[in-house]
Design a binder for this molecule. Structure first.
Ligand code: PGA
Length: 241
């Protein structure tokens, strides 16, 4: 039985007040793990106010040194991050991140025992061309080959056309794609494929969460915009009963 995860991805939003508000509310669930993906600069405050399961949103591929503006896995760990999102489509799109770089980031996180939330997903053009599965293979295969994916990895499937657009994937399409992701992983290990948590992300809202959550292969959500609103995020968590 895979334990559900509902992960927030604040992106470059939020502030100390919002951290304090979430810390005061202390959202809880008996069935789902709640993860807070926060701007790195808010992590230490979140931790000291008692928020658990904090994730960075990105990490440097380097251990330390002359890399102005970057944040290392060691630093994330020291501030209290237990997870880190990598490969978000915004990083791939605006910062040119590819699988080679992401494998290096992944290795840095492994060195610090920070669990990886690895984002994958096709663009609208790739969706229209009907090549989603081969895109997912391109994103997953190098990580499988490098031995980076294990049962503690969290995969976040986020079709780029659904992110921030209000146009979520249908539950049927997301379920079918999650099955394909499990199939790709099972080529290397059926055991890992059956245990790994695969989250759906892309315009998850209070009004579509339940239908998506009911799908067998959807083990949780990565939530952007709606994770900034305590009440809506709470309702999304409650979709997992
Ligand atoms: P969204 O973002 O929920 O605002 O669509 C999801 C994400 O990018 O993780």
């Amino acid at each position: 039985m895979r334990k559900s995860i509902v992960a927030a991805n604040w992106k470059m939003n939020g502030n100390s007040q919002l951290v304090a508000d979430f810390a005061q509310t202390q959202l809880q669930s008996n069935v789902a793990e709640i993860i807070y993906g926060l701007p790195a600069i808010l992590i230490s405050q979140a931790k000291s106010l008692g928020l658990k399961n904090i994730a960075g949103e990105d990490v440097s591929a380097n251990k330390n040194g002359a890399f102005t503006g970057e944040i290392s896995a060691v630093m994330l760990k020291e501030q209290g991050a237990e997870f880190c999102i990598i490969g978000h489509s915004e990083r791939r799109q605006y910062h040119g991140e590819n699988e080679k770089l992401l494998a290096e980031k992944w290795a840095r996180l492994n060195e610090e025992n920070i669990a990886v939330i690895y984002c994958i997903g096709e663009t609208e053009a790739e969706y229209d061309a009907g090549i989603t599965k081969s895109v997912l293979e391109r994103q997953l295969n190098p990580m499988l080959a490098a031995g980076l994916i294990d049962e503690n990895t969290v995969i976040a499937y986020e079709p780029v056309w659904a992110i921030g657009t209000g146009k979520a994937a249908t539950a049927e399409y997301a379920e079918k794609t999650h099955q394909e992701i499990r199939e790709i992983i099972s080529r290397q290990s059926a055991d890992v494929a059956s245990k790994i948590r695969i989250l759906y992300g892309g315009s998850v809202k209070a009004n579509n969460a339940e239908e998506l959550a009911n799908m067998e292969n959807i083990d949780g959500f990565l939530v952007g915009g709606a994770s900034l609103k305590i009440n809506e995020f709470k309702q999304i968590i409650e979709a997992f009963k």
